[in-house]
Design a protein around this ligand. Structure first.
Ligand SMILES: CC(C)(COP(=O)(O)OP(=O)(O)OC[C@H]1O[C@@H](n2cnc3c(N)ncnc32)[C@H](O)[C@@H]1OP(=O)(O)O)[C@@H](O)C(=O)NCCC(=O)NCCS
Length: 177
């Protein structure tokens, strides 16, 4: 069972009790504004997402962690590693990404979970490089990428939606946490 404790969070695999809370997060247009084409996702789509995320864990040995608040046990969203297969020109590579419910923003949770995910990538999975891709204009994600020490590499155009993406990367052999 892959679980990571940070000072305030538990990062863990998904279970069926997460569906309603994750669907609520996915139903918020402000949360989804910078993801894909900006569409919200309903309960059925969220169930499919969680199934896919769990499959990625089984197949790759890494994936998106369910991020739970220690103490309250609330699901705050996800942070973790994923294969950015929708961006073929970046493949093969491993990406880091995040999505938290709006009430969990502005408290440092995304950065705390992302740091732990990079440590997991390096120490547990032996990965030496991780990319982070954010839509140009997504300042909250750009801020997290900067705090992680991920260096801007280049911009590219999303092959499906046509918007600009900023590609960042980090050499984990030099990662200091
Ligand atoms: C992107 C996203 C995860 C960023 O979340 P966030 O809460 O802004 O990010 P952080 O965890 O870094 O926290 C930010 C702020 O919390 C504040 N904060 C409050 N308490 C804190 C604490 N104990 N420790 C650290 N920071 C704290 C800090 O001021 C920090 O801002 P700063 O870096 O300017 O000082 C969030 O906006 C989100 O889920 N957005 C929707 C999904 C999305 O867009 N995903 C990316 C596209 S796929």
């Amino acid at each position: 069972m892959t679980e990571i404790h940070t000072p305030r969070l538990l990062l863990r695999r998904w279970d069926e009790d997460d569906l309603i809370a994750m669907a609520d997060i996915n139903a918020d247009p402000a949360v989804m504004q910078w993801t894909g084409d900006g569409s919200v996702r309903d309960l059925e789509q969220t169930a499919d997402d969680i199934e896919r995320w769990e499959e990625e864990w089984d197949e790759e040995g890494f994936g998106l962690f369910a991020v739970e608040l220690l103490g309250s046990g609330e699901l705050a969203g996800f942070t973790g590693l994923t294969l950015p297969t929708s961006l073929p020109e970046l493949m093969p590579t491993t990406g880091i990404c995040w999505r938290l419910g709006r009430q969990f923003w502005g408290q440092g949770y995304a950065s705390e979970a992302a740091h732990a995910s990079l440590e997991f990538a390096l120490q547990d999975r032996g990965l030496d490089r991780v990319v982070g891709v954010a839509r140009v204009g997504d300042t909250a994600s750009a801020n997290v990428l900067r705090k992680l020490g991920m260096a801007p590499e280049r911009t590219m155009t999303h092959p499906e939606y046509g918007h600009d993406l900023a590609v960042h990367s980090i050499d984990l052999t030099e990662y200091e946490g």
